[in-house]
Design a protein around this ligand. Structure first.
Ligand code: PLP
Length: 436
């Protein structure tokens, strides 16, 4: 039986289920801008997937990769390589507190899975607790750590690992705000640890600022209490810095904006400014000794690839050269610009930190329904992303899809910030109708 088939736009299978319509085919990039195959230029207000932190086409990072390529392209991850060792030394320098040793991986998902394995071996406790409304990756193990239901539901039944979930410190979860929210949410985590049996819980894994799930910072005091609780019950605290690392929140790592030290930290994306795939797990000396002497296998062929490590060294140099300061200097301006969007009836909430911001929309007084929960629900939020692209600005769709995310390269100045927010303003107007 012959079947009529739609001609596919491209043989590439969509990477994510794409709520933003038909995305452009990007062929070039320079600084905060990318160009598509028809010569159309876009302001990259999401740094692709929150990862091109140094901006596109950076000559210093390109040169670092080329120099490594001229020396040796690949060295086994089971052997030493000078570039890899130098990057590990640099990471020890910028990492919070006692985090001094890096186990290199390839992607954020794999780094989180490695972190879980290391934590389990170190503590002898199998369970890892993560938050609802979180994203930790899309492979079987990391997918089940992820709290976002649309990712987790597809993976957890098959690749489920010993995980438990707890509520994020969001006002709607505890009907509280500020200090009261911090206290209630931290007490809830303690309740979960005790009821799971604290001796069975090896680690709590959290994003310092929840990234794809909405750019939510925790209320002040939350992480301090979480640190105390983890210490009290001998549970390792792992910071997932895949998005928040490498300057996105104004410090090298997002957890440094909370003033506490995690026991382990995972990173990816910004470590190379996404010029090459690289990820890793940072640990302190005791856990590092346990990995060295533990007698268990850990590692992947391309973990710590020398070309990626060279890109990492190049990117860190670029970040050192004023990009973290740029985020700190312009974060308040970014927030002020975004707050003006609250004039739209459809905008329920704006929040974030540094160069990572989320905007949630509402349907009158009610929140929109996430299309994952009800595919027939009337939810025009995806239209905001499309309308912004029509105005040559790329922004991201959040999970749940009741929000959008802005996270430009860290080299964005006031002009780019204001252009991006103006386009978003017009896109919201077009998607929801103007209320002026
Ligand atoms: N952790 C966080 C906080 C992320 O945002 C992501 C991806 O967006 C991951 C982990 C997974 O990283 P990757 O897509 O490199 O596997």
């Amino acid at each position: 039986m012959s079947q009529q088939r739609m001609e596919p736009a491209s043989a590439t299978l969509a990477h994510w289920s794409s709520p933003d319509g038909d995305p452009p085919t990007i062929v070039e990039g320079e600084g905060c801008y990318v160009t598509d195959d028809e010569g159309e230029e876009y302001l990259d207000f999401i740094a692709q997937l929150y990862c091109v932190n140094a901006g596109h086409g950076n000559g210093e990072i390109n040169a670092a990769i080329e120099e490594q390529l001229s020396k040796v392209a690949y060295v086994s991850s089971a052997k030493h390589n000078d570039t890899r060792d130098r990057l590990a030394d640099e990471l020890a320098e910028i990492a919070p507190g006692r985090l001094s040793n890096t186990f290199f991986s390839i992607s954020g998902s794999e780094a989180n899975e490695a972190a879980v394995q290391i934590a389990r071996e170190y503590t002898g406790a199998p369970k890892v607790l993560t938050r609802y409304q979180s994203y930790h990756g899309g492979t079987y193990g990391a997918g089940s750590l992820t709290g976002d239901p649309s990712t987790r539901a597809a993976l957890e039944p098959y690749g489920g690992t010993a995980t438990g979930k707890f509520l994020p410190p969001l006002p709607e979860a505890f009907d509280a705000e500020g200090e009261e929210l911090a206290e209630k949410a931290a007490n809830h985590l303690e309740y979960v640890i005790r009821n799971e049996g604290h001796e069975t819980v090896g680690a709590v894994l959290m994003e310092p600022v929840a990234g794809t799930s909405g750019a939510y910072p925790a209320p002040e005091g939350y992480f301090e209490r979480v640190r105390e609780i983890c210490d009290e019950y001998d549970v390792l605290l792992i910071a997932d810095e895949v998005i928040t690392g490498f300057g996105r929140c104004g410090e090298w790592f997002g957890i440094q904006t909370e003033g506490i030290e995690p026991d382990m930290l995972t990173f990816a994306k910004g470590v190379t400014s996404a010029y090459a795939p690289l990820a890793g797990v940072l640990v302190g000396p005791e856990i590092a000794d346990n990995v060295r002497e533990g007698g268990y296998d850990l590692g992947q062929t391309f973990g710590g690839h020398p070309l990626s490590c060279a890109a990492g060294l190049g990117a860190i140099d670029v970040y050192r050269d004023g990009l973290l300061e740029n985020v700190r200097e312009n974060a308040a301006y970014f927030e002020d610009e975004l707050r003006e969007l609250e004039a739209h009836d459809a905008v329920a909430d704006v929040r974030g930190r540094g160069f990572l911001w989320g905007i949630t929309f509402r349907d009158g007084e009610e929140p929109f329904v996430d299309p994952w929960t009800d595919p027939d629900a009337d939810n025009p939020v995806g239209t905001v992303v499309e309308e912004a692209a029509e105005r040559n600005v790329l922004i991201g769709a959040g999970r749940p899809a009741t929000q959008v995310i802005c996270a430009p390269p860290l080299c964005a100045g006031r002009e780019e910030i204001s252009d991006g927010v103006d386009a978003l303003d017009a896109a919201i107007g077009a998607a929801f109708g103007r209320n002026d």
